[in-house]
Design a binder for this molecule. Structure first.
Ligand code: IVH
Length: 707
């Protein structure tokens, strides 16, 4: 898309413009280059995943553009980076219209035929050869992205429309939402190859990291998480508030040109004679197309092998794919083969092993968590999905049950995508016998029988009896857990056991164990008692942030606990904070502040903290609490092969001292693979994942030096 010279020029201009970001506006004549620079950096960031500018610098330039455009509104172009900005619900839809307008696709959006094994693919190859009379066919194989399909139209280089698939003939006009997808260019130089109008198809995705973040946000708000990235992406496209869509961080891969018109007198550009040429053309004008992921083969056997190999890397990709798509590469041949009413004869999907299964919902149990939240858990007839047997799935809350119309005895479709917690996608209502029973949500705590309460704007019913045994146990389990006080030997099972035996009644009880009595319990030998004693003793000097997190204050996760601990001398300082003072701290909003105040206004909690102090726990800020996350916070590293000068342990220590993390395997969660001599399979695997940056020791040291 940009030549090396262009990149250098744009970088230079970027620097010149950055120097002007303190000015109120730039001159009108500078606007075009300011827009070019911003478009260039958007492309580097969203399409190539390889930014050349810090986020803050981008923001400064963007704000400068906004200010200047305000001064010269007549100059605003439809493809100016500011024109993505969500116009809001009202402006997006014609007055009085509650749904998206329906628009006709220029060419019907057909589906794909499916194949599940090598025999199906051999059949496909045989048919293609029969129909074409050819003995060798070139196939392009690329990932089958698992999101929501979209069709976009560009006219005279400008994005003019984005539409969902709908029924294949007509879909919803979601142009404003499509503009929120930053890897979709607002303009693209199709005119350079004589194209006037073009319709392109692609898949809108949400990557696994953003999906996990989004689900976590839903959970924090007491809302049920989404079952998979596909629902999240497809659903996002149809949200009626573009600003909300922007927050989802959608991405797009384009993979098919369905229609185009050429300027009079021009003939088809050479690129459009093959599918790979089309992908390249799309890439060259600024789209994200699967040019790196695709491969071309001249035999179906190689196609099959590639599909199988690709499946093994599925979990390591940053986004979900549910198979591969095999396409005849020659477009004239595609046209000759044509299509059925349902799918093209020149392409087929190869579906990976299913991550969905159907099973029976046998009964529902209600569990009480440490904050008293009562969670319904569906007990299922055990069913294997993706190598794991699933027999139990959280069904979140009463509203969720109603919304999905789940009933005991139902056949349910469940899904387990990658590392996402299994979810019920839906009940198969068509196969009901009539004997299924509605799920009754209890109004009393299933453990202590006290009345349950629900706040108006919440979906969760809670047991508010803080003495409720279920809550007490869960609070202790959380207190001793790995990321909290990390008391090994006192896992969940032992906490329950000791509690049931009356040997452990509350958190301070951990530090008052009668070890004599413990030693009489079966399976508790001298060695395990000694280990437990040591772990308990060591936990007394954990840094303050761990203790803060361990207390299990609602909404105070690890990060919040770290931010708080940095501001305190002593845990009980929190007693004296006002809501306002709390909200002045990093990352703390009204909800978190309210919860902290609530916790510290409870006398029993203060008593418990004082008791912990008298039992020898340290409640003061430690050196570890002071450390602000290092400059490599959030970055992950893995070393493979022998490094030329550093010892593995030295290199790892460098990363950790700057707040970075060492991971143990190559996956989409890995940022840097540092490669030494004789690197093996890790390197091979990393090469297949775009988001992993492969670097040498020398480059690694440069990064460390910079930080
Ligand atoms: S080609 C006529 N290529 O899969 C062209 N589709 O199950 C047909 N999909 O509706 C589409 N990745 O939404 C094609 N690389 C890819 C794809 C892909 C995902 C989706 C697409 C289609 C569905 C069919």
């Amino acid at each position: 898309m940009y030549s090396n010279t262009a990149v250098r020029e744009l970088q230079k201009t970027t620097q010149v413009l950055l120097a002007q970001t303190n000015e109120e506006t730039v001159a009108e004549k500078t606007l075009a280059s300011l827009r070019d620079v911003l478009r260039f950096h958007e492309y580097r960031y969203y399409v190539l995943n390889d930014p050349l500018l810090a986020d803050e610098e981008y923001d400064k330039l963007y704000k400068l553009l906004e200010r200047t455009e305000k001064a010269f509104p007549q100059t605003i172009t439809p493809d100016s980076p500011t024109q993505r900005v969500a116009q809001g619900f009202a402006k997006n839809l014609p007055a009085g219209q509650s749904n998206f307008p329906t628009v006709q696709h220029l060419v019907p959006m057909l589906s794909l035929d499916n194949s599940y094994n090598s025999d199906d693919l051999l059949d496909f190859d045989r048919k293609v050869k029969e129909l074409s009379g050819l003995s060798t066919i070139a196939y392009c194989v690329e990932p089958k992205f698992d999101g929501g399909s979209i069709s976009v139209i560009y006219e005279n280089d400008l994005l003019v429309r984005g539409a969902t698939r709908g029924d294949g003939v007509a879909g919803d006009d979601v142009t404003m939402n499509a503009k929120q997808i930053r890897s979709l260019p607002l303009s693209a130089k199709f005119s350079a190859v004589g194209i006037e109008q073009i319709e392109i198809r692609g898949e809108v995705l949400i990557n696994k990291t953003n999906f996990a973040k989004y689900n976590q946000q839903l959970i924090n708000e007491g809302l049920p998480p989404l079952a998979n990235t596909r629902n999240a992406a497809a659903g996002s496209l149809r949200i009626k508030n573009p600003a909300e869509v922007a927050k989802r961080n959608l991405e797009v891969f384009v993979y098919h040109i369905s229609y185009y018109t050429l300027r009079k007198g021009l003939s088809t550009p050479g690129e459009l004679q093959t599918h790979t040429g089309a992908l390249q053309l799309l890439w060259d004008v600024g789209f994200r197309s699967p040019i790196k992921e695709k491969k071309v083969f001249n035999s179906i056997e190689e196609v099959i092998q590639f599909c199988k190999d690709f499946e093994t890397t599925r979990d390591a990709l940053p986004y979900e794919i549910d198979g591969m798509v095999i396409k005849v590469n020659d477009i004239a041949l595609q046209n000759e083969l044509g299509m059925t009413s349902h799918h093209p004869r020149w392409a087929i999907a190869f579906k990976f092993k299913a991550r969905q299964a159907t099973t029976q919902l046998l009964k529902v149990e209600f569990q009480v968590g440490r904050t008293g939240a009562v969670t319904p858990v569906a007990k299922l007839k055990p069913v294997p999905i993706g190598g794991v047997t699933v027999s139990s799935i959280s069904i979140h809350n009463e509203e969720y049950i109603k919304e999905k119309d789940l009933r005991i005895g139902d056949t349910v479709l469940i899904e387990r995508a990658g590392d996402v917690i299994p979810q019920i996608v839906k009940s198969l209502t068509d196969v009901r016998s009539g004997k299924e029973e509605k799920i009754k949500f209890p109004r009393n705590c299933p453990v202590c029988k006290s009345k349950l309460f629900k706040e108006e704007e919440e979906a969760v019913w809670r047991c508010v009896n803080i003495e409720c045994p279920a809550q007490v146990v869960e609070r202790i389990v959380h207190f001793v857990s790995k990321d909290a006080m990390d008391i090994r030997g006192l896992g969940e099972a032992n906490v329950r056991r000791f509690y049931d035996m009356g040997l452990l009644n509350d958190i301070p009880g951990i530090y008052q164990f009668d070890f004599e009595k413990l030693s009489t319990i079966e399976g508790f030998g001298a060695k395990s008692i000694e280990n437990l004693q040591m772990a308990i003793e060591q936990s007394k000097s954990q840094p303050l942030y761990r203790l803060l997190y361990a207390l299990g204050i609602r909404f105070v996760g690890e990060t919040t606990a770290k931010n708080l601990a940095r501001e305190l001398h002593h845990l009980l300082d929190l007693k004296d904070f006002t809501a306002e003072a709390l909200q002045n701290l990093e990352d703390i909003g009204p909800k978190v502040a309210g919860s902290i105040l609530h916790f510290f206004s409870n006398k029993n909690n203060i008593e418990m903290i004082k008791q912990l102090e008298s039992l020898g726990l340290q409640l003061r800020q430690t050196q570890k609490d002071k450390k602000k996350g290092g400059s490599l916070t959030g970055e992950t590293f893995l070393f493979t092969g022998t490094l030329p000068t550093l010892k593995r342990s030295e290199a790892e220590a460098m990363v950790e001292s700057l707040g970075g993390q060492i991971v143990s395997s190559v996956s989409s969660k890995l940022n840097y693979l540092v490669v030494g001599e004789k690197a093996g399979s890790k390197l091979e695997k990393a090469k297949k994942i775009n988001s992993v940056t492969i670097i040498s020791e020398e480059e690694f040291l440069k990064i460390i030096a910079q930080k």
